[in-house]
Design a protein around this ligand. Sequence first.
Ligand SMILES: [Zn+2]
Ligand SMILES: [Zn+2]
Length: 256
Amino acid sequence: MNIKFLGAHNCESQNSKFISLLIDDTLVIDAGGLTSSLSFQAQQKLKAILLTHQHYDHIRDVPAIAMNFYLRGTTINIYSTQSVYDALAAHFLNGKLYPKFLEQPQGNPTIKFTIIEPYKTEPVEGYSVLAVKVNHAVPTVGYQITSPDGKIVFYTGDTGPGLASCWQAVSPQLLITEVTATNKYEEFGKETGHLTPSLLKQELTSFQKVKGYLPRVVVVHMNPELEKEIETEIAVVARDLNNSITLASEGMQLYL
Ligand SMILES: [Zn+2]
Ligand SMILES: [Zn+2]
């Protein structure tokens, strides 16, 4: 399994992109920095997009990718929860902001949307996909992806602390999760459903208790303004837990 981090941050600039992960050139999780990271040719290789939740930094490029597929006369599969479908249909692809690609062209809409039920394994383009609820300001699911050759990654999406029940449901070799801010923002993290390095440490300690091991960890969704400090605090957590925890960056690739 090849995982490419197209976007790894919670804010966009010339040097940072919204969240988007590309697996084996065909499967995408979250569409924050998607179209701006891929050539048209690479976009046409995509088979499915999984969305964790409806926040703008995770769905921003859905209309853009839909337009590109529409103009080529092709379709794209998108998987997510009912609440993400509803948000896209009401506020984004509503015929006012952009065409209703969830319904049009009639009879063969550009976006083939499949509602995912949490805790029910779904086959997606040869992969096995399990959606698991996490703790965020709006309904959010993380995705565990198992490749045909048995490689397993779990990406939490945006989440705050309290993931013990989530850990029960997954067994990843690689955990991709979020750390949005530094330790001094712990209260903000708890209120808005985000992690800091110290909150991540608690969650990883809980993971180890529940599962009996710790996977390699890669963090995303950093606030670029706080990234240097986050990196320093994460290094402390990695040392304390004696585990690999690294920050993702745009264009970074991992092989499982
Ligand atoms: Zn969010
Ligand atoms: Zn976000």
